[in-house]
Ligand binder design. Structure first.
Ligand code: AP5
Length: 211
């Protein structure tokens, strides 16, 4: 498989961003992530799209989904520019899953399976380096360089209250998407509650098997 088209699914904090970074390095594909794209455009004016709020920020800071029309347009444009990709953060509801089916074929659909208690622990302890975008965790994966440690930031939506709302939104909207791919017989479940390197071994083997 020269340029695989990979979908990575998982709850908030399951490790999609962490494993997508490994996938892009190993398989030389684009990382298409709706979360990062929306964070970079949090204050764009979406009022002409008949939405409840005028910018993505209001939805994201409350842990709610940004309206489909906004996200579908971002993904459609990114997919048009990519040969191979790992798609992370989309689809998050059945409408988006149906939309994606019209946009592209997929070679692999991965699901990182992690329990809720661990998800809360991972998200509330996550920190980001604003200069490089690298992801750390205060306990599982702290930076070695004290200069990096001093500049780490917490994401606005990683507070305990917003994390709980994001997990509720995942249960209500995205679990049906997992079932959708499971029913289609294409879902590759990966045990996400292992150490990051062990998760990566399983992710890599699953992608290679699909070649
Ligand atoms: P988004 O940015 O997509 O966030 P998310 O899905 O909630 O996922 P995260 O980025 O929080 O987690 P992750 O799975 O990437 O975990 P990570 O690798 O960082 O979306 C944010 C918001 O944007 C949404 O709430 C919504 O408002 C909007 N949005 C985005 N897409 C949308 C869409 N399609 N439709 C509508 N709205 C949309 O890991 C987490 C932590 O755990 C890190 O600290 C990491 O170091 C650590 N870690 C990772 N793996 C392991 C491991 N194996 N063991 C121990 N620690 C680990």
């Amino acid at each position: 498989m020269a340029q695989p088209r990979i979908l990575i699914l998982g709850a908030p904090g399951a490790g999609k961003g962490t494993q997508s970074a490994n996938i892009t390095d190993e398989f030389d594909v684009d990382h298409i992530t709706t979360g990062d794209a929306l964070r970079a455009n949090k204050d764009m004016d979406i009022s002409d799209m008949d939405t409840e709020y005028d910018t993505p920020r209001e939805y994201m800071d409350q842990g709610e989904l940004v309206p489909d029309a906004v996200v579908n347009a971002i993904v459609d444009e990114a997919l048009n520019q990519a040969d191979g990709f790992v798609l992370d953060g989309y689809p998050r509801n059945l409408e988006q899953a149906e939309e994606l089916q019209d946009m592209t074929d997929l070679d692999v659909v991965l699901y990182l399976d992690v329990g809720e208690e661990e998800l809360i622990h991972r998200l509330t302890g996550r920190r980001m380096d604003p200069e490089t975008g690298d992801i750390y965790h205060v306990e599982y994966n702290p930076p070695e360089d004290p200069e990096v440690e001093a500049r780490l930031e917490q994401r606005d939506d990683d507070t305990e209250e917003t994390v709980k709302e994001r997990l509720r939104v995942f249960r209500d909207n995205t679990e049906p998407v997992i079932e959708y791919y499971e029913d289609a017989g294409v879902l590759e479940r990966v045990e996400g509650e292992q150490a990051p390197d062990e998760v990566w071994e399983d992710v890599k083997a699953t992608i290679e098997d699909a070649a």
